[in-house]
Design a protein around this ligand. Structure first.
Ligand SMILES: Nc1ncnc2c1ncn2[C@@H]1O[C@H](COP(=O)(O)OP(=O)(O)OP(=O)(O)O)[C@@H](O)[C@H]1O
Length: 258
């Protein structure tokens, strides 16, 4: 199989029911290939976060199987689970930085999964890893902020530190859960361009939940529409008319637009 069509994320008959009975995901079957840039759209509560968080098992699914680069994460344990998770980077709406730590220290935590658990105090990071962290900061244009405390940066800068952290982690997959929801439009575009850079320059597979139709259309190559925990639309962005988005956001079933 050619490298470009290698399955990177496979969901097979995946369902997720929360403990209180809420259905988060229902019978999802999806294959996302290596190097894709996928945007997931849907109304609030449709199941977008549940989908992303199930992929790296921040949530356990109730039924089905999720396979990451050929390895099932569904029942993986211990070292196997840690190795699969090392291949998956996460970008959150609220950045998830250690606010009182320096930018460098935050970016270095991207390397933690490469060390045995007993070895992860700051001074244990190798010179090579510090160099990697510095280079990642250069990639997002923040090399002059290496020693600044994370909470002294703007929201957009903090999100770019999170992107540098993910670059330092060097995962195969990036899951971005509303990465621009707390940012203004101009900063949002910068952050999306950084994700595009990780996708194009480093071949990382990106799956991003986005509220903004405009950003979804500008940056996504494939769009997946979710409603009530189900996939209601899946298509190439270039084949997707704008009406599909308005339908999904009006609570309609985008599938009739296919
Ligand atoms: N921990 C939880 N316990 C119970 N129900 C939950 C939990 N997390 C999410 N849900 C429910 O699961 C459904 C899907 O939620 P999810 O957060 O995945 O939606 P979303 O599409 O990401 O929404 P938003 O755009 O508002 O973030 C919703 O009905 C939500 O209330």
């Amino acid at each position: 199989m050619a490298d470009s069509v290698k399955p990177m994320i496979e969901l097979k008959d995946v369902s997720k029911v929360y403990d209180n009975g809420t259905v988060g995901l229902k019978d999802i079957n999806l294959t996302i290939n290596k190097g894709e840039f996928v945007v997931v759209v849907g109304l609030s509560g449709a199941g977008k976060s549940t989908l992303l968080r199930s992929i790296n098992r921040l949530h356990n699914i109730t039924d089905g199987d999720i396979v990451i680069d050929g390895k099932s994460i569904t029942n993986a344990k211990g070292k196997n689970l840690r190795m699969i998770r090392r291949d998956i980077g996460m970008i959150f709406q609220n950045f998830n930085l250690v606010k009182r730590s320096s930018v460098l220290r935050n970016v270095l935590t991207g390397r933690v999964a490469y060390y045995p658990t007993w070895k992860t105090t700051f001074n244990m990071f190798t010179k090579e890893d510090k160099q990697k962290a510095y280079e990642a900061l250069q990639q997002v244009g923040l090399e002059d902020k290496v020693y600044t405390r994370a909470d002294q940066l703007s929201g957009g800068q903090q999100q770019r530190v999170a992107i540098a952290r993910v670059l330092t982690q060097n995962p195969k997959i990036i899951l971005a859960d509303e990465p621009t929801a707390s940012l203004d439009p101009q900063t949002s575009r910068k952050v999306m361009n950084d994700l595009k850079m990780l996708n194009e320059k480093y071949g990382m597979t990106v799956v991003a939940n986005l509220h903004s139709i405009e950003l979804a259309r500008e940056f996504g190559k494939r769009v997946i529409g979710i409603r009530a925990g189900q996939v209601v639309y899946d298509g190439k962005m270039s084949d997707t008319p704008k009406s599909v988005f308005t339908d999904i956001y009006n609570g309609g079933d985008g599938s009739e637009e296919e």
